[in-house]
Design a protein around this ligand. Structure first.
Ligand SMILES: Cc1cc2nc3c(=O)[nH]c(=O)nc-3n(C[C@H](O)[C@H](O)[C@H](O)COP(=O)(O)O)c2cc1C
Length: 203
């Protein structure tokens, strides 16, 4: 059932802002082609992406772009690592791992920086880094690109972290694959906020 329209009087700006939020959809990496955002466009996206709530202004994130030949190079290493992790892995699994970073022309690795902090809990810093991933998806969409936030085993593998140059207190929060959508991705079911919202009633 469609949601009733808001009782808040709309403005063109509000409608446009909500339309941008409501029309975003993830695009699978295989459906992301050239052109990729160029460097100024990527920096423009990141300018929006870093505008996240950040308790204590810790800036608990950084970015690592994987593009060009680096994508295949990482894929080759992933294929080897995949077989190390599971010597029984099928050829199909290895081939999938080899190609993981080669579909979209640009993969932005969002890295959380989680060093010791006496005041701001690690969870809050990790959440800020997660918000960055989402804001980056929104910015890519706003500029007409497609994007998807993926993790997979590579995001949690110590050897991959070493290749990427992560410090011991850093973590991959997401690989955000970005490119130009090759097709229109159909909408998927979305949660109904009416089923998720309740009022707290003091006992
Ligand atoms: C932290 C995180 C990690 C994800 N990792 C994967 C993944 O490895 N593989 C996958 O198919 N989807 C993954 N997803 C889901 C996709 O990003 C995306 O949400 C999903 O394709 C639905 O698309 P939507 O953004 O249009 O809702 C992940 C989502 C989040 C938040």
């Amino acid at each position: 059932m469609p949601l009733p329209s808001s009782s808040v009087p709309g403005t063109a700006e509000a409608d446009a802002a909500l339309a941008a939020l409501d029309t975003r959809r993830s695009v699978p990496p295989m459906q992301l082609g050239l052109p990729a955002p160029d460097q100024p466009t990527l920096l423009r996206m990141l300018r929006s992406a870093v505008r996240v709530p950040d308790h204590g202004k810790r800036v608990p994130f950084r970015f690592l772009a994987i593009r060009g030949a680096a994508r295949d190079a990482l894929g080759e290493r992933l294929a080897v690592r995949s077989l190390q992790r599971d010597p029984e892995a099928s050829d199909a699994v290895i081939a999938k791992d080899r190609a993981r970073f080669s579909h979209a022309p640009l993969v932005v690795t969002v890295v959380a920086r989680l060093g010791p902090d006496e005041k701001i809990p690690e969870q809050e810093r990790l959440l800020s880094a997660g918000c960055v991933c989402f804001a980056l998806l929104q910015a890519a969409h706003a500029l007409g690109f497609g994007a998807v936030w993926l993790t997979g085993w590579a995001a949690y593998d110590a050897e991959v972290a070493r290749w990427l140059g992560l410090a011991p207190d850093e973590r991959v929060v997401g690989f955000v694959h970005i490119g130009t959508p090759k097709l229109h991705v159909p909408e998927r079911d979305r949660p109904d906020p009416r089923e998720l919202l309740s009022d707290w009633i003091p006992a």
